[in-house]
Ligand binder design. Structure first.
Ligand SMILES: [Zn+2]
Length: 254
């Protein structure tokens, strides 16, 4: 098994260079692609791996929204820095009584890390099963009451967008690890909003516990034979240092 650790917030690490867009195959207007989005501290960068069109579809289609509505508390708490940091990023939105929205300094604002859990990929278990079956919830701060207001952080999750977010990371890491030497299977799920493909056959939770680590995120790749076909399995652990559960994704076959 090949494992890649995203340690922290240092500069980018150069990954495998592509010659065409890893999503649509275009050979023009190529731009570098972060495997794990830079917005949550990902620093593995694949040169020339995405065309501008696919990069935009990914960013606007699900990536930006997933980072802001699901992972915002966690990314701000681990101190992910961005090149063009907006001025208000030292503050985080929280909701008080009557759903009143307030902006609180990140140091004292209550924040949670919420990660949905699924069954393992249907291709592995042999039974297809979609939807969220559980969740990992962790309080990132101990300040939960201010001025007698009950203040709560809020996580809004759209399952399909989150799943595409995970699929995109797996697809990029599969390319980084094995280049063109496998047949990718996630392109349609990543690039199409309403695909008829059963995403839960390919994307799910990892039934095995992840090893303890201080890494920010970890990725690993492994081949697994099912019947006559070898599947490329990508394990993804986001915010690994919080002892989070992992995701398991079928990214390709050979
Ligand atoms: Zn493309």
């Amino acid at each position: 098994m090949e494992t890649f650790s995203i340690q922290d917030l240092a500069g980018d690490i150069r990954g495998r260079e592509a010659k065409s867009c890893i999503y649509c195959g275009a050979e023009k207007d190529l731009t570098a692609e972060h495997v794990v989005p830079r917005g949550i501290g990902g620093n593995l960068k694949l040169p020339n791996a995405s065309c501008i069109g696919c990069a935009r579809t990914i960013l606007k289609g699900f990536e930006q929204e997933t980072i802001v509505s699901v992972l915002q508390g966690a990314r701000l708490h681990v101190g992910v820095k961005r090149k063009n940091r907006p001025r208000n990023e030292d503050f985080i939105p929280v909701w008080g009584e009557n759903s009143r929205k307030m902006m609180l300094p990140i140091k004292i604002a209550p924040a949670i890390l919420f990660l949905p859990q699924f069954h393992p990929p249907g291709l592995i278990t042999g039974f297809p099963s979609g939807g969220i079956v559980g969740s990992f919830v962790m309080r990132l701060t101990s300040h939960w009451h201010l001025d007698n207001f009950k203040i709560t952080p809020r996580v809004v999750i759209e399952t399909k967008k989150f799943v595409r977010f995970i699929a995109k990371i797996a697809h990029g890491y599969a390319f980084h690890s094995f280049g063109d030497s496998f047949e990718p299977v996630l392109n349609e799920i990543i690039m199409t909003e309403n695909t008829g493909l059963p995403w839960y056959d390919f994307i799910g939770s990892n039934a095995s516990d992840c090893p303890k680590t201080n890494d920010l995120h970890t990725l690993s790749a492994e081949w697994q034979k099912i019947g006559d076909i070898e599947y490329l399995m990508i394990s993804i652990q986001l915010f690994a240092r919080f002892d989070t559960p992992g995701y398991l994704v079928v990214a390709g076959r050979r």
